[in-house]
Design a protein around this ligand. Structure first.
Ligand code: SF4
Length: 261
């Protein structure tokens, strides 16, 4: 658990808690924990004379880069470039604070603000602070979604689905929901669900498995770019897809974990 330095000083079990220091605490007291310390910082402090020099070789330290700038993404990019230019080795968590928006807007803003930097290979961690906007579950889901979409950390199944159009040969939304409900525990497996054979195979080119409409009520399966089964009855196709995933060794049974209280 990460707690502010005042709380950290008062807790007994110091193995389970890590202090979050503000920059003045850090300058005054230095690092507190023997294991790991987080230093909260803004670009103004970071670019103050000699600050980066003071921290750039510190071990057991992580920077938590915050911003209040309306153009926070650009500011955080600038801060990370300043760290790179001085060969700073300290990992950086990108922290963004949100208030006064809906939970849908939170997903959009966090994805663009943080995801854009991760796509460029910047940042080592995500911290989304959105008190009163969304549940912890939703915030965690958004953070893991950003990591997955930027290929930083793969933690769940990936679905590539076409937007559907006049050529779509089955109920794409319903079928995607059915496939998702049976396969969403297959960490790292990519499944393409495409409405037609005309453009589908090209649009899902990097999927591990493809589920593609080939005629009214008929589905064709791909393994990578190869067709492996043709013209399967749509009503049996989801079960058949599971069998196909099993056949190629990517299936895992759902793990049920019982926690004893
Ligand atoms: S894959 Fe086929 S059905 Fe899906 S959007 Fe493209 S053209 Fe339309």
């Amino acid at each position: 658990m990460i707690v502010n330095s005042e709380i950290w000083n008062s807790v007994k079990d110091k193995d389970r808690y890590f202090p979050l220091l503000n920059t003045s605490d850090f300058i005054k007291y230095g690092l507190l924990s023997e294991q790991l310390n987080f230093i909260s910082i803004t670009i103004d402090k970071l670019l103050e004379t000699d600050f980066i020099e003071k921290i750039k070789h510190l071990s057991r330290t992580v920077l938590v880069l915050e911003t209040n700038n309306p153009h926070g993404m650009a500011e955080q990019r600038r801060a990370i470039i300043a760290l790179m230019e001085t060969d700073c080795e300290v990992p950086v968590i990108l922290k963004r604070n949100y208030k006064g928006i809906t939970d849908d807007e939170l997903q959009l803003h966090a994805s663009t603000d943080i995801g854009a930097l991760f796509l460029d290979g910047f940042g080592d961690g995500i911290w989304i602070d959105a008190p009163g906007i969304a549940s912890e579950k939703m915030i965690n889901g958004t953070a893991f979604g950003i990591l997955q979409a930027t290929r930083t950390r793969i933690s769940k199944t990936e679905y590539i689905s076409c937007p559907s159009c006049g050529r779509t040969l089955f109920d794409l939304q319903e079928t995607t929901a059915k496939i998702r409900s049976r396969t969403d525990h297959l960490k790292g497996v990519k499944i393409g669900i495409m409405g037609c054979i005309v453009n589908g195979p090209g649009e899902m080119a990097d999927a591990d498995y493809g589920y593609v409409g080939t005629g009214p009520g008929k589905i064709t399966f791909y393994k990578g770019k190869e067709v492996v089964e043709r013209n399967i009855d749509e009503n049996k196709a989801v079960d058949a897809l599971i069998e196909l995933i099993k056949k190629y060794g990517d299936w895992q049974e759902v793990r049920v974990v019982n926690y004893e209280v």
